[in-house]
Design a protein around this ligand. Structure first.
Ligand code: HSE
Length: 436
């Protein structure tokens, strides 16, 4: 059978890994795909480095548009990233009738509806396993392996940088800023790690998971996004004392009245497997009505783990290229005309338990006032901790874990508590998920 000719756009970390793994496992991959998969041309802004990495075994150019317009290229692998030129290249490749494989979660989370509609019209595939959780085949699992289920929710540690930072803050009791510097030194975090630490990268991935889990259009702009920059080491410590770990989770939950789509630091019971995912590793927990909870764990970034996902997509494309486009696995798991118009709910409507830390005057009646405020909002208390004040300190911390309620109830209770003269400063609120 004819080989599949691949044009690779960007031979950085993931592109380099893709080239290496495709070459190393060529025979095994061809046995799976039914035909050889060859990178015939590479576009990179640094052609000299591309030549060095490929050993002169394929054509090199610095003109990515020449690759997407090359009639001999069957599949374009886009590993440039970002929303700018990558979007133009992907749309041009589709327009030229080429399949596309991409790891670009930002592009798909923001422009995915347009890109998938264009691909649908042209009868080509845009595959994106590498866009979510790197080497973990979570897209395949959600889209195909769990196709029998009504998926209730998915919750994932889907950003390795922030998981590394949280692990170090907990292990070593270090403040956020110090660990971030270490993450940068070790090469986990980007030089500008804003997308990682502000939760945007995780929100891109959670948005894609929500779409394929529930069959809804991609709506990144409606996701609630809160990173870890404001997280204090003291809350990691108190959470630990109460039997919880704090993880940055991307959460997508399907309810009758809409979808919760949120990224935020989350208390998770320490005994859950996902709470013990440490360092730069990723994990996604998915709850289906038939299968129950399933957990997917692995490397969410890095050259060869991400290449593993890119190449799996290439194998899929090679196998399905001859299949009538209407009979291929749909991009968003559900048939395009069967996507549901289920709204993404505002964060105030989210149903979560809460962790509240209040700095209070240590005097009679303060705790009673606070619990009265919670009761007035119909919020039930699950656990409580009060730090023993230092000699003569006069103030202390009260930590309250609530049962599940609507976030707007917690908001109202926080506002009332902050208005008490015995409560000093702002109440710290974190969300808590039992993930049962
Ligand atoms: N910056 C991402 C992370 C890399 O830290 O997980 C893969 O998307």
């Amino acid at each position: 059978m004819n080989p599949v000719n691949v044009g690779l756009l960007g031979i950085g970390t993931v592109g380099g890994g893709t080239y290496t793994v495709l070459a190393r496992n060529a025979a095994e991959i061809a046995r799976r795909a039914g035909r050889p998969i060859n990178i015939t041309v590479v576009a990179d802004k640094n052609p000299a480095r591309a030549r060095e990495l490929t050993g002169g075994n394929c054509q090199i150019t610095d003109d990515a548009f020449a690759v997407v317009n090359d009639p001999t290229v069957d599949v374009v692998v886009e590993l440039i990233g970002g929303y700018g030129v990558a979007k133009e290249l992907v749309l041009q490749a589709i327009e030229n009738g080429k399949h596309v494989v991409t790891a670009n979660k930002a592009l798909l989370a923001v422009h995915g509806n347009e890109i998938f509609a264009a691909a649908q019209k042209k009868g080509v595939t845009v595959a994106f396993e590498a866009a979510v959780a790197g080497g973990i085949p979570i897209i395949k699992a959600l889209r195909e392996g769990l196709a029998a289920n009504r998926i209730e929710w998915a919750a994932g540690i889907i950003n390795g940088t922030t998981n590394f930072i949280l692990s170090e803050m907990r292990d070593k009791g270090l403040p956020f800023a110090e660990v971030l510097k270490e993450a940068q030194r070790l090469g986990y975090a980007e030089a500008d790690p804003t997308f990682d630490i502000e939760g945007v990268d995780a929100a891109h991935k959670a948005t894609l998971m929500a779409s394929i889990a529930f069959g809804i259009p991609i709506q990144f702009d409606k996701a609630y996004v809160e990173g870890i920059t404001k997280l204090e080491a003291i809350d990691i410590k108190y959470a630990e004392q109460l039997g919880y770990r704090i993880k940055l989770l991307g959460i997508a939950r399907q309810r009758e009245d809409g979808v919760e789509l949120r990224v935020h630091p989350t208390l998770v019971p320490a005994k859950r497997l996902i709470a013990n995912v440490e360092g730069a590793m990723n994990a996604v927990l998915v709850k289906g009505d038939a299968v129950g909870a399933t957990l997917y764990y692995g490397k969410g970034a890095g050259a060869e783990p991400t290449a593993s996902a890119v190449i799996a997509d290439l194998v899929d494309v090679a196998r399905s290229a001859a299949v009538d486009p209407d009979n291929r696995v749909p991009h968003l798991a559900f048939q395009p005309d069967q996507l549901r118009d289920l709204p993404i709910l505002p964060i105030a409507e989210a149903e979560t338990a809460a962790y509240l830390r209040l700095r209070v005057e240590d005097k009679p009646g303060v705790l009673a006032d606070i619990t009265r405020i919670l009761a007035d909002q119909s919020i039930s208390i699950d656990a409580m901790l009060q730090r023993e004040p230092e000699e003569g300190e006069g103030e202390t911390d009260i930590i309250i874990l609530t049962h599940r309620c609507k976030e707007k109830q917690t908001n109202a209770a926080i506002a009332k508590a902050e208005a008490l003269s015995a409560v000093k400063g702002k109440v710290t609120r974190l969300r808590l998920e039992t993930l049962q």
